[in-house]
Design a protein around this ligand. Sequence first.
Ligand SMILES: Cc1cc2nc3c(=O)[nH]c(=O)nc-3n(C[C@H](O)[C@H](O)[C@H](O)COP(=O)(O)O)c2cc1C
Length: 183
Amino acid sequence: MENEVLEVIYTRRSVRSFTGQAIPRESLLKILKAGMAAPSARNIQPWAFVAVTERGLLDSLCERLPYAKMLDKAGAAVIVCGVPGKDEVYGGKYQDENRIGGKYWVMDSSAAAENILLACHAMGLGAVWTAAYPYENRMAAVRDIIGVPEDVMPLAVIPVGVPKDKGKVTDKFKEDNIRWERW
Ligand SMILES: Cc1cc2nc3c(=O)[nH]c(=O)nc-3n(C[C@H](O)[C@H](O)[C@H](O)COP(=O)(O)O)c2cc1C
């Protein structure tokens, strides 16, 4: 189990080339469950997900999102959204004046997005995080096409598909990124 999980984590890579095969709803549900298993500050889970499988919608997203062109052959897309309102419900009680900024919904939804990428990889599917947030025009495109309301923030559009190629895994471990005990 430990080895299997580590193997999935170590070998996940962004996949941008898909066969065009459809992704069944059961697979998408497993993937979404993985997203919802992510940690979140105070366990507020300030996220929402839109699973998109309609070809017309995938094509419209592809057309409007400059760095998500792999959507043309994806079988589905998962749009990971943050819901700041859910975060702020507890904002008053837990307000910390020392906070330098940053929003929990961004961190929490990012954790969910990574879980989704890992779940896809574990299931033999390919996926890639494409940014909506923090680009106003990309977020607006997602809102227009998918109908995401103004108080919900589209964070990432994750095309999901059957990988076309095997893909190359390189080891990203860098000793230089580590300090022991002191900086
Ligand atoms: C916040 C974020 C935004 C990203 N946006 C895009 C994007 O818009 N389009 C894209 O093709 N890849 C995008 N990526 C994927 C990165 O390019 C990729 O993770 C990085 O090159 C490392 O490769 P790997 O995922 O295969 O390890 C994004 C990744 C992150 C974490």
